[in-house]
Design a protein around this ligand. Sequence first.
Ligand SMILES: [Mg+2]
Length: 176
Amino acid sequence: MDLDGVLVNWHKGACHALGVPYPHEFVFQRDWICSVSGMPIGTVLTKLDSTPDFWSKLEPTLTAANLVRYLDTNFPDWGILTSATHNSASWAGKAEWVKTHLGTKGLHRLTICCGNKARFVSPSALLIDDTHKIVRDWLNGGGLAYHWIEYSDDQSALLQRQFESLTQYLDTFREN
Ligand SMILES: [Mg+2]
């Protein structure tokens, strides 16, 4: 399970930190923040890393709690796989976010990597991620994947429908 864009409302926090208006009915795409802020992704991430408590104070997405509850109930060995920048503020902030929202138990689920998530792929590993390229690389590496769409806050009906679609798909992997 990915953090940013799936469990964490990254774009909302990024918009706030960068002074960009948050679009309330929207489907976020990779690099959208670069085009609206006029900054390359490296500059965006450097600014976010230097924003105090940026990574730890991001809001959960509207479906995060239900997703976690579903996974805890049905797939107790599920894990979090998130990519961080090379700045320790990002690593520490993500760990703090997980501890705050998922407790110490959540920290045991957490894997933080820099860059290529596909190095963690295995034939039975199913990744839920909002970044198309990561999903494609995961599938090409031989794993299973679900491409989560990052809707903005005001699209709660679409988010809920997506949550139901995902859990229906995951139900097919349950043993009973
Ligand atoms: Mg993501």
